[in-house]
Design a binder for this molecule. Structure first.
Ligand code: ADP
Ligand code: MG
Length: 297
């Protein structure tokens, strides 16, 4: 058995909660001039309300493709995505997405405040409520001092925080993030990681965070879903049993963090050689504690 949970095998993880988001047998084949590219072969997993799951996989393993299918921005070739019991056929109101290219997702002619407020205006939220939500979100991301600035006046890390504030103010049930910190420097990245955990703890939203960074996936996630190389299947789905309170220094230097990152690293190495053409590997399966023992031996 793969470690602890696998939605793929339908094993109950101990929660009685209904899934908020279900990805069921999703396959995506791109039609290109040279023929077909099967980017995603067969992906199945559930997210429960309030989960913070990281999806990690090698470059080109179909992470963005999957996220676009989940967000209803692109149809799947086979399978379906279900949100709160309803099939996703277009961008659902209850979802927000933060992309890697934040520069292109903000409107340069609008102030920080107006950028954050825009989706709320579009959703016809009343003015007083809009103001409250925007204030709260800007405070949550530490940008309440620059509401009148324009995105181009801000650093990359601050721009990404505007994009996060906009998603958070919208109060989505599900927040999808596609390698959102790939373009910021290491220190800013660490701050933004802590910001995401803080926002997640405070607002109780469900987050699916896509990254190719193994350390980031273990540091952030309550759960890490590892993808194989393209055509993609789930390589492994593990619970991250680190304490809720995480800290860049203490958590990252803990023995358990090292064990977990070692395990994910190993799985990614297997994933790189294990395309969807063969069955997902259970090579390092077992519960995380079993894994720790296996690695210690
Ligand atoms: P990741 O986000 O994990 O790096 P992608 O989802 O971007 O992976 O890409 C997965 C595979 O699908 C890659 O082989 C990529 O070249 C291919 N692909 C992605 N988008 C398209 C597209 N619009 N048309 C054709 N092939 C695509
Ligand atoms: Mg991508």
């Amino acid at each position: 058995m793969p470690a602890k949970t696998t939605a793929q095998s339908g094993v109950d993880t101990g929660s009685t909660q209904e899934p908020l988001l279900s990805v069921k047998g999703v396959q995506k084949i791109y039609q290109v001039d040279a023929g077909e590219i099967e980017a995603v072969r067969d992906l199945t997993f559930d997210l429960r309300p309030g989960e913070l799951a990281c999806l990690v996989g090698p470059s080109g393993s179909g992470k963005t493709t999957l996220l676009k299918c989940i967000a209803g921005l692109m149809g799947a070739t086979a399978g379906e995505v279900v949100l709160s019991g309803k099939p996703v056929n277009g961008p659902p109101k209850e979802m927000a997405v933060v992309f890697q290219e934040y520069g292109r997702s903000l409107f340069p002619w609008m102030s920080v405040r107006d950028n954050v407020e825009l989706p709320l205006k579009n959703a016809k939220v009343a003015k007083a409520e809009r103001n409250r939500l925007v204030d709260e979100a800007l405070e949550a991301v530490g940008l309440d001092h620059v509401p009148r600035s324009y995105p181009w006046q801000l650093s990359g890390g601050m721009q990404q925080r505007v994009a996060i504030a906009r998603a958070v103010a919208y109060q989505p049930k599900v927040l999808l993030m596609d390698e959102p910190f790939a373009a910021v420097d290491a220190q800013t990245r660490a701050d933004l990681e802590d910001l995401i955990r803080d926002v997640w703890e405070r607002l109780g939203i469900t987050i699916l965070f896509v990254t190719h960074d193994i350390d980031e996936s273990v540091y952030l996630g309550e759960r890490v879903i590892i993808l194989s190389s393209s055509p993609t299947v789930i390589q492994e789905d593990i619970q991250i049993d680190l304490p809720d309170e995480r800290d860049q220094l203490t958590t990252r230097s803990s023995a358990r963090f090292t064990e977990l990152r070692g395990h994910v690293y190993e799985q990614i190495q297997i994933a790189k050689h294990n395309t969807g053409a063969s069955a997902p590997s259970n090579a390092a399966g077992g519960s995380p504690s079993t894994v720790a023992r296996e690695e210690a031996e």
